[in-house]
Design a protein around this ligand. Structure first.
Ligand code: 9D3
Length: 247
């Protein structure tokens, strides 16, 4: 996976991506990162890249020219018709399915806006996908681009070790994960659930699955509406919820 990130703050992109699992993936060559400073493609005084909005209104708008010149430069590097993903609060809300889909691409171009957004003509002529990371207001598209690259990178074959990749199947099964414990057996008066110390793997699996169901019912009931539960799972939840109004 080769990422090309167009931004006014390329250092922010570089320093985050160098960290942790994405950093290791870059060292090992599973992903590459090319961060491009849009300001380098300004042809104006003081390398300005924004201007007042036509029609008036608050704030500044990023001009089309430097962005399009930066995109031209990236197209030279990729010589493929890579998707151009614009990070915007108006985009489709990012989720695990989009992450998996993007992980199939060889090159991805991510465009980060700042100020009140970018000139609409860039979107019309160059952008293939608009993505938001959720309904809250940030100061720019850099953190969203990092969120997307983090989620996409871990879906790229080789990025996660076998150990790391096994653990997310429960979320992909549409349920929240079961609770985790590690040493010590008792911390601050709180004990690890007895069953996890029993060594009885079948019972542990059953308990974990039940915990996942209960947690999902409590914190994310919306996920249960789309999950196709077996009759046994439905019965377990119904019985539990009947006995316990609070858990
Ligand atoms: C004038 C209306 N504002 C939208 C609520 C303008 C505006 C505010 C903040 C335009 C861009 C931004 C900066 N945010 C992003 O670039 C962004 C974002 C976000 O703020 N939330 C969730 N996902 C994303 S993706 C890019």
């Amino acid at each position: 996976m080769n990422y090309y990130v167009l931004s006014l703050f390329p250092d922010m992109i570089e320093s985050c991506m160098k960290t942790s699992i994405t950093g290791r993936a870059m060292e090992q060559g599973y992903i590459t990162l090319n961060s491009i400073n849009i300001r380098d493609y300004s042809r104006r005084k003081h390398n300005q890249v924004d201007d007042y909005p036509y029609g008036g209104g608050a704030g500044m708008v990023m001009q089309a020219e430097p962005i399009c010149l930066a995109l031209d430069a990236v197209n030279e590097m990729t010589k493929s018709r890579a998707r151009v993903v614009y990070m915007t609060p108006q985009g489709k809300t990012f989720d695990q399915n989009i992450a998996k889909e993007l992980a199939n691409e060889e090159d991805l171009i991510l465009l980060c806006g700042h100020y009140e957004g970018i000139d609409e003509r860039v979107i019309e002529s160059r952008v293939t996908d608009c993505i938001s990371i959720g309904d809250y207001v940030l100061t720019g598209g850099e953190l969203p681009a990092l969120v997307v690259m983090d989620a996409v990178s871990r879906m790229v074959p080789g990025v996660l070790s076998n150990k790391e990749s096994g653990t997310d199947e429960s979320f992909e099964g549409g349920l929240l994960e079961y609770p985790q414990y590690t040493r010590p057996e008792e911390y601050d008066g709180m004990k690890v659930p007895e069953i996890l110390l029993s060594g009885h793997h079948a019972n542990i699996e059953k308990w974990r699955h039940e915990q996942a169901l209960l947690r999902t019912a409590k914190w994310r009931p919306d996920l249960l509406e789309n999950a196709d539960l077996t009759e046994e799972e439905k019965k377990f939840l119904a019985e539990f919820l009947e006995k316990n109004t609070c858990y």
